[in-house]
Design a protein around this ligand. Structure first.
Ligand SMILES: C[S@@+](CC[C@H](N)C(=O)[O-])C[C@H]1O[C@@H](n2cnc3c(N)ncnc32)[C@H](O)[C@@H]1O
Length: 251
């Protein structure tokens, strides 16, 4: 039988993203997966060993560039899936609903050109799984967050604890009205999730936390309780893969 949950789809593609973030994405996206029309993921997954953020030695043996893009395509039945990467080996054509773009997400002009190329589509979901260093995550946020449709979601994966204040500060300057949370549900693999405001219900938002945040918090707690076995600590990551640690600290 074909896998259908996002975690299982990512696992089947050989990406490590299912292990770290499958639970988060299941809770975040399962309820709206048929409504999502456009996903942009920064970081397609080069397998060039010496490239920054390479999947070489991290993905499973069956991993090939675009593993997570194929999982999004299969999980989000109505979405166009756009991948952005700086590495040439990540570019491919001929796979339904997937388009790859050679683009440095930290470069304002290249990012704007990429976004113009997909117009009139606007992203419902942007995932930053590219350059996992604070300055790169902030530059990418500045380039892609404003392009989200109102109500759209932006996820920054693999955020270091030390990078959280800087990223949240940048988010406040980009859009002071946006909602966000920091997800630490999956051990040391921290993510920041932000939602672009819809411009509606501002008055009620000032009186109580946004409902979507509450729902996700509760969903994440339940998902976490159901899968304690998958939770890992940094010590496990170090034991499992020194490359992974280097990658987390951005070298
Ligand atoms: C961890 S891999 C992505 C894995 C993929 N999302 C998956 O789960 O199958 C990170 C990718 O980010 C790319 N990358 C690094 N810096 C980037 C940048 N400034 N702009 C776009 N992509 C970048 C790397 O070339 C690498 O392919």
């Amino acid at each position: 039988m074909q896998p259908h949950g996002i975690g299982a789809l990512l696992d089947a593609e050989g990406s490590d993203k299912g292990l770290w973030y499958g639970g988060l994405y299941g809770v975040l996206l399962e309820p709206s997966r048929e409504q999502i029309r456009c996903v942009v993921e920064i970081g397609i997954g080069t397998v060039i060993p010496e490239a920054a953020g390479s999947m070489f030695g991290i993905g499973n043996d069956n991993y090939r560039p675009g593993g997570s893009l194929r999982a999004w395509r299969d999980f989000l039945p109505n979405a166009a899936v756009h991948g952005v990467d700086v590495a040439a080996d990540t570019q491919f054509t001929g796979e339904g609903r997937i388009t790859t773009h050679l683009c440095n997400s930290t470069d304002t002009e290249q990012s704007a050109a990429m976004l113009r190329s997909i117009a009139p589509l606007v992203p419902d979901l942007v995932i930053d799984d590219g350059l996992h260093v604070e300055a790169g995550q902030i530059a990418t946020l500045r380039n892609f967050f404003p392009a989200l449709r109102p109500g759209g979601l932006y996820v920054v994966e693999d955020v270091l604890e030390t990078a959280i204040p800087g990223i949240l500060e940048a988010l406040q300057t980009i859009d002071p009205e946006c909602d966000f949370f920091v997800d630490r549900s999956w051990g040391e693999c921290v993510a920041i999730i932000a939602r672009k405001p819809t411009g509606q219900n501002k008055a009620s938002r000032t009186r109580r936390p946004a409902r979507w945040l509450e729902a996700h918090r509760q969903g994440l707690q339940a998902a976490l309780a159901a899968s304690k076995k998958r939770r890992r600590t940094m010590a496990d990551i170090v034991r499992g893969s020194r490359r992974r640690l280097r990658y987390l600290i951005g070298n």
